[in-house]
Design a binder for this molecule. Structure first.
Ligand code: ZN
Length: 207
């Protein structure tokens, strides 16, 4: 019930969005032509507006990924989550600076965006990541259910600089006992009690 309650209390425009809108239109909210032109991305006259916006958000993510390297806070990766052309969250890779192996840019951004939205789903959101997601992040993106994902560098580009996730994909088809990290099933019957409780729970919040 708590999750449902928090979802219904979703603010019309989250704080982060207000910040971004103010930044977009100028500190005092005036919709001057200059403020609007400043917001527009660099693009050719014939480029569709959608594509220009996608490039604008990806360029911001790329700048974040570069500054993450310069500041030594983690790997050369960043992600931005956008809804209705407003940035909800920015994430950079923080694995080494936070000792968190899951702190990939996409995960950091998903957590921030969901906090901002007060929701466990990224309905209607566009997801910009500077590199094709690794298996963990791809899984997280599917659970978060954004509208679309845009990426810049490829998995092969990442492999070329020492971030090769192919070994994880190679593990999927292997039988559990033959994986690099062996998996062995124990106590299934005892664990299934929680599954049965879930099935019988009438007021559950499904996701
Ligand atoms: Zn990842």
């Amino acid at each position: 019930m708590a999750s449902y309650k928090s979802r219904t209390k979703r603010p019309l425009l989250p704080k982060a969005s207000l910040r971004d809108v103010r930044g977009m239109w100028g500190a005092r909210g005036e919709r001057g032509v200059c403020a609007f032109l400043k917001f527009l991305p660099r693009h050719g006259a014939n480029m569709p507006m959608d594509e220009a916006l996608h490039q604008r958000f990806m360029r911001e993510a790329i700048e974040l990924s570069t500054s993450n390297v310069r500041e030594g806070t983690g790997g050369p990766f960043a992600a931005i989550i956008v809804r209705e052309n407003v940035i909800l969250a920015r994430g950079t890779n923080l694995v080494t600076s936070t000792n968190d192996p899951t702190a990939h840019a996409e995960i950091v951004a998903i957590r921030e965006a969901c906090r901002t939205l007060g929701s466990f789903q990224l309905d209607g959101c566009d997801f910009y990541t500077t590199c094709e997601p690794c298996p963990m992040c791809l899984g997280a993106i599917y659970w978060a259910r954004p509208k679309a994902v845009y990426y810049a560098n490829t998995r092969d580009d990442a492999a070329g600089i020492g971030f090769d996730d192919r070994f994880i994909y190679d593990e999927f088809p292997r039988s559990h006992e033959l994986r690099k990290i062996p998996m062995k099933q124990i106590l299934r019957d005892e664990a299934f009690v929680a599954f049965r409780a879930w099935m019988n729970k009438s007021d559950k919040v499904t996701y």
